[in-house]
Design a protein. Structure first.
Length: 358
């Protein structure tokens, strides 16, 4: 089995020093206009310096109408370029590759922070919150916005971009049989429901061919990801590989568990068989220990993406390599600040059950 600390080639001349990634993490540390803050840079730089092979940004909105929360990093305007350039250079100085997660909230965008009306595949009301159906102009505008954002990331010196097609955001909403009730070329059959994410992959490939192209998918229903079927997602992964996807990021939430639809099978084995060998598979989902990470590699993953364990341990790769003890939840606020979190990020984490010690 390939070890966690074996370098991983994503593309010729683009190699991560190991197979341990920082997952994209909402942290609400950017400035109100989406520009990079010193707090966010410090949080990410601590992880690069701590040995992670690839650093992913938090979900970064590609268009103002896709912004979903305050303090969200932006890639939607050229005004973001100085901060993005600074971010890429700092991650590289720490020895890590850097990838921007490109995102549009769709139904889950927030007009209170975007200042714009929100839209999705179809008109939808959920938990008292409504959105309108997207027009052809909205849809094409979103595809173009992803392409423009990717070009900015290439200009800024990033190594990769990842399309956020998981967790019930816009690209996932179009794939969903719950959120997508359209009867035109963007809805109905899987061919039509997958059209938006496929057209977006192609647009990003054209706009930024120098960047490694990753896509994050939710394999089946969990949380806000609704109306997703495992076998359909396998088909989507095959299509995206044909369209130029180079990295498939599976968001599993509990990576130790097998799939719900096929309890005898793990998602990694199913998706590994579905996509070509050159497509790298990275897996996220409640991975805390070296043993848990190595178990994912043994199943066929090429890398693991750490979320909560990386928040708690800025130098997780170095700690597990040395065999040192890890911080585990619940964690004292002062410990989290010592791990590179701002007071605002710590405050946000108090929403996560049992993460921050009282």
């Amino acid at each position: 089995m390939t070890g966690l600390f074996t370098p991983l080639e994503l593309r010729k001349n683009v190699t991560a020093r190991n197979r341990i990634w920082l997952a994209p993490l909402t942290n609400m540390q950017s400035h109100a206009d989406g520009t990079l803050s010193d707090d966010e840079l410090h949080f990410l730089a601590s992880r690069a310096d701590g040995g992670f092979g690839l650093i992913e940004t938090c979900a970064a909105h590609v268009a103002q109408d896709g912004k979903a929360w305050p303090g969200e990093l932006g890639v939607h305007d050229d005004a973001m370029l100085p901060g993005l350039t600074r971010l890429a250079a700092r991650m590289h100085s720490g020895g890590a590759l850097v990838s921007a997660q490109l995102f549009h909230g769709g139904l889950r965008a927030d007009p209170a922070v975007s200042g714009t009306e929100k839209w999705s595949a179809s008109a939808h009301t959920e938990d008292g919150v409504s959105c309108r159906a997207g027009t052809e102009a909205d849809i094409q505008g979103a595809i173009d916005a992803f392409g423009h954002a990717a070009r900015r990331c290439a200009t800024a010196g990033f190594d990769s971009v990842e399309l956020h097609g998981a967790h019930g955001y816009l690209l996932s909403q179009f794939l969903s049989t719950v959120y997508n009730q359209r009867e035109d070329r963007w809805g109905g059959s899987l061919e039509n429901r997958s059209r938006l994410i496929r057209e977006t992959v192609r647009a990003v490939r054209r706009a930024a061919p120098s960047l490694v192209l990753a896509v994050r998918l939710s394999p089946e229903d969990f949380g806000q990801a609704k109306g997703l079927d495992l076998d359909e997602t396998l088909d989507v992964a095959r299509m995206l590989a044909d369209d130029g996807m180079e990295v498939l990021h599976l968001s599993l939430w509990r990576s130790a568990l097998n799939t719900k639809k096929r309890p005898e099978a793990h998602a990694i084995s199913l998706f590994r068989a579905a996509v070509p060998a050159h497509v790298r598979i990275v897996v996220a989902g409640a991975i805390w220990t070296r043993e848990e990470a190595e178990a994912q590699l043994a199943l066929g993953a090429d890398a693991v993406a750490l979320g909560r364990s990386a928040i708690a341990n800025h130098d997780w790769p170095e700690r597990v390599h040395r065999g040192d003890a890890l911080n585990r939840v619940p964690i004292a606020p002062e410990t989290l600040r010592g791990e590179g979190l701002s007071e605002g990020f710590v405050h946000y984490l108090r929403q996560w059950k049992n993460f921050v010690a009282a």
